[in-house]
Write a protein that binds this ligand. Structure first.
Ligand code: C5J
Length: 222
């Protein structure tokens, strides 16, 4: 069986069961005027990983393996937005408010779209999710089951929020999860580092972590 050099130990690849999941690489998290910026974050950290996320996506496409994209967003009538999520804190703009790229984190708005460099191609799945985790209130679990996917390689943002939440959801559902270190980012470098440590601690208690070149090599040769 092919393996990917990973921590805390090599990741065993089942070539017909592995997919890439790219979490929330949306303009709202990466550009000024979006949701991330409205919370007071420096969004330039996010744009720096775009080339590596793109390389990873292209590697999976070249290997003929599925690429799944997720988007954190809500319905225009806000019926899937709990008040506890909308009303928390004192952000410059709340979810649903009109911003410079349209309504913040609302499906169909310009700011909610996936960054153009990483846009899904025809046939790729896009999961719209109202929560931080991609399994909550979505069809992701059913789709993965139907496609026979049991292993997920993770990229996207932010490491300790939507990426880690989805990894934990997937791990509890029996998926083997591998996080690509170069293709994920946080607004807080210390949170990214801590998330990576806690994911792979205790014998990969949530999953594995690996570097992009090792993942690309493992997937290409699986
Ligand atoms: C956040 C996400 N950070 N995609 N969302 O609110 O991580």
């Amino acid at each position: 069986m092919a393996t990917i050099k990973a921590e805390p130990f090599d990741f065993p690849v089942r070539s017909s069961e592995i997919a890439l999941i790219v979490i929330d690489m949306q303009r709202d998290f990466a550009e000024p005027g979006g949701f991330g910026a409205s919370l007071g974050n420096d969004v330039s950290r996010i744009t720096k990983i775009i080339p590596d996320v793109k390389r990873l996506i292209e590697g999976f496409r070249a290997a003929g393996r599925p690429v799944i994209h997720t988007m954190e967003c809500h319905r225009p009538d806000l019926s899937d937005l709990p008040p506890a999520k909308r009303d928390r804190g004192t952000p410059a703009l709340r979810i649903g408010d009109e911003g410079p790229m349209g309504r913040i984190l609302i499906a169909g708005e310009a700011g909610t779209a996936i960054l153009p460099e990483l846009a899904p191609i025809e046939g790729e799945m896009v999961i719209e999710k109202p929560g931080k985790g991609a399994f909550y209130a979505t069809e992701l679990g059913a789709i993965l089951k139907e496609k026979g996917i049991t292993q997920l390689v993770f990229a996207g943002v932010t490491t300790e929020v939507c990426v880690q939440t989805t990894m934990r959801e997937a791990n509890d559902r029996g998926y083997e999860c591998l996080l690509c270190e170069e293709a994920t980012e946080s607004y807080f470098p210390q949170f990214k580092a801590a998330a990576i440590e806690m994911i792979r601690a205790q014998g990969a208690i949530v999953g594995w972590t690996a570097h992009i070149n090792d993942i690309l090599e493992g997937v290409a040769h699986a």
